[in-house]
Design a protein around this ligand. Structure first.
Ligand SMILES: NC(=O)c1ccc[n+]([C@@H]2O[C@H](COP(=O)([O-])OP(=O)(O)OC[C@H]3O[C@@H](n4cnc5c(N)ncnc54)[C@H](OP(=O)(O)O)[C@@H]3O)[C@@H](O)[C@H]2O)c1
Length: 354
């Protein structure tokens, strides 16, 4: 296990704190960082870890924070507001960059720095949490079984309770609407439509296409040109989704309502507690097809999404220090489709039991 020098930016957030706990559990001593001394200092006092205060908007403070650091783990989302200055600093000082984004424009931006990252000998690896490690690895796994695959479907069930940052990020993305990938291009798709039944390890769920990071990452990992990413919803919600989402899209298009919603979320949403994190499970399904009758399906049964994110993030950071991949890469591109199986509590099925 590596004890390399790395930094957690956004260490005071819900997910940042889970990653701090997991890092300590694995014997790491990461530097804590965030934009607010009042929020970071108590965590440093409780854990005995060093801390630094820096703001991505202030290049000087960022430069100081990153001095002597080998890797940064960015947990400060929505990442559309934090990732670019941090990545630019990482490229300038030769520091590996990781985050837990699921935002398509952030992935696109990061992949555009691939050759610069290679030249610098660093890796830029966004999406090292629930979004996108399980779906990315399973997408590559099914695509490996269907040479020349032209279609890839990914779906997950069991998102359960969500954290404040996840909800803020979702609310920011709602006005943009839904998308799928067709013939290699991201194409608009009406949110709330296209329901279908999918069998998961815990039974059948109704899934609906949503905007998910794999529309970008799985395209890079597998090269498949038609990708749909879906999420399970409770059956009673399905008939109301198209109208409900359309109202939310109109509502959240207003900057004032966005600001109000973000503030309310910050005050009221707490994220899953320890019991839920240890009890709940999530499920992923992937299907690749070549359009000539050949197809492959597979499933993952994984721990609750935030517990998964904390464990997977630290394991990915250890793997980066061990293998030193270079360029802008997805987790599956760097470590292979089997990487997700190294994460404690993950099971993969080629056929569902029973
Ligand atoms: N990939 C995955 O599977 C996965 C899993 C979990 C979370 N996430 C994502 O991770 C992000 C964080 O989620 P969370 O629930 O942990 O959020 P949270 O509890 O709201 O914490 C957000 C953290 O980001 C910081 N931050 C936000 N905007 C910032 C900005 N403009 N400049 C500097 N710092 C900023 C916050 O600092 P202050 O406290 O000072 O505001 C805080 O430290 C979200 O985007 C979420 O969608 C992804």
């Amino acid at each position: 296990m590596t004890k390399e020098n790395w930094l957690i930016y956004g260490a005071n957030g819900y997910t940042g704190q889970l990653v701090v706990e997991e890092a300590l559990h694995r014997g790491h001593r990461p530097i804590l960082a965030g934009r607010s001394k009042e929020k970071i200092e108590p965590i440093a006092n409780r854990t005995g870890l060093e801390y630094v205060v820096a703001d991505p908007a202030d290049t000087g403070s960022l430069k100081k924070a990153l001095s002597g650091v080998g890797l940064i783990f960015n947990a400060a989302g929505p990442f559309i507001h934090t990732s670019t200055p941090i990545i630019k600093a990482c490229l300038e000082y030769g520091i590996h960059y990781t985050d837990i984004t699921g935002e398509i424009p952030v992935f696109q931006n990061i992949f555009s720095y691939d050759s610069q990252a290679k030249q610098k000998g660093i890796v830029l690896m966004p999406g090292i949490g629930f979004d996108v490690i399980p779906t990315d690895c399973l997408a590559l796994y099914v695509a490996e079984h269907v040479p020349g695959a032209v279609e890839l479907e990914l779906a997950f069930a069991g998102l359960g309770h969500i954290s404040p940052g996840t909800m803020k990020t979702m609310v920011e993305m709602i006005p943009g609407g839904g998308m799928v990938r067709r013939d290699g291009r991201l194409t608009s798709y009406p949110l709330g439509r296209g329901a279908k039944k999918v069998l998961f390890p815990d039974g059948e769920h109704t899934v609906i296409p949503i905007l998910w990071g794999d529309l970008e990452t799985a395209y890079h990992s597998t090269g498949v040109k038609n990708i749909t990413t879906s999420m399970a919803y409770p059956d009673f919600m399905i008939p109301f989704l198209p109208a409900g989402i359309s109202i939310m899209q109109k509502l959240f298009a207003s900057k004032t309502i966005q600001r109000l919603a973000q503030k309310m979320i910050g005050m009221t949403v707490k994220g899953p507690g320890k019991d839920a994190r240890e009890r709940d499970r999530s499920y992923v399904w992937a299907r690749a097809a070549d359009g000539k009758g050949n197809e492959k399906q597979a499933w993952l049964d994984i721990p609750e999404t935030y517990l998964f994110t904390a464990v997977a993030s630290v394991l990915t950071i250890e793997k980066i220090f061990e293998l030193h991949p270079k360029g802008a890469l997805t987790p599956a591109m760097a470590f292979g489709s089997g990487f997700v199986l190294n994460i404690n509590g993950v099971k993969r099925y080629d056929k569902l039991p029973g």
